[in-house]
Design a protein around this ligand. Structure first.
Ligand code: PMP
Length: 308
């Protein structure tokens, strides 16, 4: 597993844009209670072209960052408007004109745990989506992890706390060790929960099904977006309910969805191929439409885009 997170030349730290390599803190800082958010900005009109950048679903991402901070007992010493300005300045300093991943991070300061450090690293990235994109159709074989998704009586699954991601990393390492591309968690009741950093949706008999928040999932912004556009814009019925392991095996299609994973189709689970066609017909349709929404091509959803 590699974490190709080298960041861009400039990031924002504690109130100013600085060179990433100078954004340093002491190795003695407490890191176990840190939180973060993962947000993407897409180039308008063509998901891989240079041009105007729009941040997708800025408000729900930032609201979740504030909720994560509250759950972990931290207070963010900036306003949401200041955070937007900081993000814009960081993107501008790097002269990014293509898709940008934005990852605000917050953690308590060693000298006073009530105070925090805040940094906003950014990366450019290539989207998985886009018509005919080979990366979208690449096969991905998943396993059900032997690690269960963290339960909400131990860690907060609905917060983006780094502590939760030890759970994801163990599941990914297990999958890679066994020769798979990724892992799906069951929750502590044994129902399907989510991927290691993305929500899961399955397709059965023309209907999209996804687990509820009570299945220990993160309240995914992408999942919420898809739960709106799949029925309202594409006319495909959706159902939010618990999914059993056997139902997942018997799905016609399944895909992961999230800011990082965008829409990632799943070829097989535990060696059992899903459906007849890969990626499945509905997965492809949903992904193509979602790519248009991200690229600002769907007029009525431009309200989800904030100029970067
Ligand atoms: N679950 C987990 C554990 C995640 O880390 C993510 C990525 N933020 C998601 C689901 C998907 O959430 P979103 O659509 O808000 O990116």
């Amino acid at each position: 597993m590699s974490l190709a997170f080298h960041g861009a030349k400039f990031c924002w730290m504690n109130g100013e844009v600085v060179e990433t390599e100078k954004a340093l803190v002491s190795a003695m800082e407490p890191i176990h209670l840190s939180i973060f958010e993962g947000i993407k900005a897409y180039a308008e009109n063509d998901v891989n072209a240079s041009g105007k950048l729009n941040i997708f679903q800025w408000k729900p991402h930032v609201d979740r960052l504030w909720r994560s901070a509250a759950v972990c007992g931290m207070k963010i010493p900036y306003t949401k408007e200041e955070l937007l300005e900081a993000t814009r300045n960081t993107i501008k300093a790097n002269d990014f004109r293509t898709n940008v991943y934005i990852q605000p991070r917050i953690w308590p300061r060693a000298e006073d745990l009530k105070k925090v450090h805040m940094v906003i690293p950014v990366w450019s990235f290539e989207t998985l989506l886009g018509k005919g994109n080979a990366r979208f159709s690449k096969e991905r074989k998943f396993i059900i992890s032997s690690w269960r998704r963290i339960a909400s009586d131990a860690l907060p699954p609905q917060a983006k706390a780094w502590a939760n991601y030890g759970n994801s990393a163990l599941a990914m390492r297990e999958a890679e060790r066994l020769g798979y591309d990724g892992a799906i968690f069951l929750d502590n009741r044994g129902f399907v929960s989510e991927g290691t950093g993305a929500a899961i949706m399955t397709v059965r008999n023309g209907k999209v099904i996804t687990p509820p928040v009570s299945a220990s999932i993160l309240e995914s912004v992408t999942r919420e977006t898809l739960l709106k556009i799949i029925p309202e814009d594409l006319g495909i019925p959706v159902e939010v309910r618990d999914i059993t392991r056997v139902e997942l095996y018997a799905s016609d299609e399944a895909f992961l969805c999230g800011t990082g994973w965008e829409i990632t189709p799943i070829t097989s689970v535990d060696g059992l191929p899903l459906g007849k066609e890969y990626p499945g017909v509905l997965t492809r349709r949903i992904a193509e439409y979602y790519a248009d929404v991200l690229a600002g091509k769907v007029e009525k959803h431009k309200e989800w885009l904030t100029p970067a």
